[in-house]
Design a protein around this ligand. Sequence first.
Ligand code: MSP
Length: 462
Amino acid sequence: MTTYITTPIYYVNAQPHLGHAYSTIVADVYSRFRRLCGEPVRFQTGTDEHGDKIVEAAEKEGVTPREYVDRISALFQQTWPLLDVVPDRCIRTTDADHIAVVQGILQKVYEKGDIYFDKYKGLYCKGCERYLTEKELVEGKCPDHQREPEVIEEENYFFRMSKYRQQLLEHIETHPEFITPERYRNEVLALLKEPMGDLCISRPKSRLTWGIELPFDDNFVTYVWFDALINYLTGLGYPQQDFHDFWSGCEHLIAKDILKPHAVFWPTMLLSLGIPLYKRLHVHGYWNVDDTKMSKSLGNVVRPRELAEEYGIDTLRYFLLREMSFGLDSSFSSALIVGRHNSDLANDLGNLFSRAQAMVKKYRGGKVPQPQQEKQKDIELKGAAEKMLRLYRENMAEFHFHIALQAVWEFVGLANKYIVENEPWVLAKDEKLSARLDTVLYSVLESLRLLTLVLQPVMPQM
Ligand code: MSP
């Protein structure tokens, strides 16, 4: 079994913030977890560099789109090592291989007859970079961007998305693991049960030139979402046949804001191309800051670089994974991260490590002793370790990171309790109890070995 884990490719109209860091750290943790299980993994992240939004941002700074995207995408790439995130590729939609793959796919879908030319009038939200339906508006505005969409009427190319609606609906109904958590699956099922239109996949060059030219009409560029989603195939070397090696293990990770493009646009594109659908789509909630939406205008945008400097990489990664119930929104605050650091890391885990180390040093000259005959308490601790490993594996595989970590900390508690109950400091005073001390110290060290192993994907510096 292989794993191909991807994050969204981020728009370069903003600098990396906590939200981007969270998705990318989760993908890194998952890739390290799969590697720990001995499985081959590819992990891809990247930047989404075409479209109106980027042109607007470049204009604001008085530079060309090219200069602008080079600068911001470099900022993203420089952020990952600071968080101990190690992707196999940071793809850019301006990369030459990606442009070639997008054009190849457009040509293929066009020749198949799934792309047609038509006139369209619709409500376009630049923030979302897509047309919204009347139903999606709240008081006439896009609920995500708080702005009224523009009415746009123009001639464009359309992808026959609606042709694949029924097929996609059946796939989701028969594959409960396809979109998780379940609430997002239900949202998509509800969406697909309604009739749906086709997808506008071009922009006339009279309005936008910063994009990938359509191979069959040079008066148009490709719509950003059609361009961006294809990054997941480019990264595996599509159309070379060996792209299937990792594609069969493809798991996309996104937040709830971009559910529709990933759960509807993308699978219908894959169906048209005759490529098997991705394996799973994992959808997480939003990080708010002190219970408020993170936004530039509120001045509360949290920068991952600063967090890593202030709290350390391991603490930051642990906090993000432990604090958020995957799928639900969560709130970030300094008090919360400091609280987790002090109670879970310094106190529970730190104490266990330092006590064990100190005792092995003091009583056995720093050498791991040979265990002797086991008692009931030792067998119980071993059983607890096995249970922890099982819960850890199952929950990590299902993206229930906070539950996996809860199980690990339950075991940390039991190991601490084991030390207290077995009183190695009392055993050390009596030569006749030396064999017992060996066994107790060994059991503690074995527990630590397992803990280091399971925590390594989350806290690689430990
Ligand atoms: N470019 C598109 C994605 C194309 S993927 C083929 C895009 N980019 S984005 O820069 O807006 O990134 C959105 C993603 O950033 C979210 O899906 C999520 O992964 C992350 N986050 C942005 N803000 C976030 C929070 N406040 N909280 C958690 N993650 C969020 O959409």
